[in-house]
Design a protein around this ligand. Structure first.
Ligand code: EAX
Length: 326
């Protein structure tokens, strides 16, 4: 009996390889947005599908709501290996100037345009620029078309922004945009925003509807002005050196599951925008549309700065424009 047990045990060990020596590897993914927002939902869906694909040898852990820090902290944590994946949005332009392409007002027309920009420009030129800064761009997901909210008045033209303290992400480019339009921009992490609006530290902010609703900003904002001033992508990002160390099969799994998450996030983003506009209105927020023409006229300085400051910036803008309407 004892011998039979021993033999069974040994056979089991042999057939499993050497189970004792193989520790479970952790893949930690984090974001600065809320679990409830589109970026949060996309990251959760991605994490679950990646876990299913990788099996027991890997443990995929997802942390939302800046639990592991805001996007700036997450970039540091990627670089020092504390986390493996993060989703990074507007602040990417503070790291890699070429990404300020997504701070050119009214440049991205719609999601179809964005898909072309993704394959022709992001995954080629911008991914190469990111690599020069030690970052590996895995996939472009949707953060969303950004709108302006505030507590003072409906924003119709840049004039209406005069003197308003508007929170922007921690990137000089969004600040420049809002300063050009007459506002007083204040940079701060997203996780501080609700309290800053509640206490009146700032009057307003600009974000996709999904982030506004995800952080319940409608509870501390009176006016929502539909501007679609920029489309913010959110990039699933790794540090380039830790990415290179991953086994090829894991790299392939992450890349493929992320591509599926991209398709889902674009489709879901369009659906949610329509639904959220109604529900934010029902929540008592006063909604209006901005006068695009006056905003476009006041945006020249932002384009000029990009062309001056970013090498090849002019050509990048032209290529994006060429892809519109294809
Ligand atoms: O999670 O900081 C911001 O406003 C960005 O939209 C960010 O993605 C929020």
């Amino acid at each position: 009996m004892l011998i039979k047990r021993l033999i069974t045990g040994m056979t089991l060990l042999l057939s499993l390889g050497s189970p004792v020596s193989q520790a479970v590897e952790k893949i930690i993914i984090a974001n600065g947005g809320t679990a409830d927002s589109l970026q949060g939902q996309t990251a959760r869906r991605f994490s679950e599908q990646l876990q299913a694909r990788l099996g027991d040898q890997y443990q995929v852990e997802y942390y939302s709501d800046a639990k592991l820090g805001d996007e700036k902290d997450l970039l540091d944590k990627l670089r020092n290996g504390q986390i493996q994946l993060a989703t990074i949005s507007s602040i990417m332009s503070a790291e890699v100037p070429e990404f300020a392409l997504f701070d050119m007002p009214f440049l991205v027309r719609d999601r179809q345009h964005l898909k072309l920009i993704d394959s022709e420009i992001i995954m080629t030129d911008l991914a190469a620029a990111a690599r020069r800064h030690g970052l590996h761009i895995i996939s472009t997901w949707e953060n969303g078309f950004r709108q302006i909210s505030n507590n003072s008045r409906p924003i119709r033209s840049p004039e209406d922004l005069k003197g308003l303290r508007i929170r922007t992400p921690q990137s000089e480019w969004r600040s420049l945009m809002f300063a050009s339009w007459g506002a007083k921009p204040t940079q701060m992490p997203f996780s501080h925003l609700f309290v800053a609006l509640q206490t009146g530290e700032v009057d307003g902010e600009e974000n996709p509807l999904s982030n506004i609703n995800g952080a319940r900003l409608q509870n501390v904002q009176k006016f929502l002005s539909i501007s679609n001033h920029v489309y913010s992508p959110i990039w699933l990002t790794a540090s380039d050196s830790s990415w290179q160390q991953l086994p090829a099969a894991v790299q392939a799994a992450i890349t493929e599951v992320a591509a599926d998450a991209q398709r889902w996030s674009f489709a879901e983003g369009a659906r949610q925008d329509t639904r959220l506009l109604k529900s934010l209105g029902n929540a008592g927020v006063q909604i209006n549309h901005v006068d695009r023409i006056t905003f476009i006229a006041a945006s020249k300085a932002v384009y000029a700065q990009f062309a001056r400051q970013v090498k090849g910036g002019d050509a990048l803008i032209e290529r994006v424009m060429d892809l519109a309407g294809h």
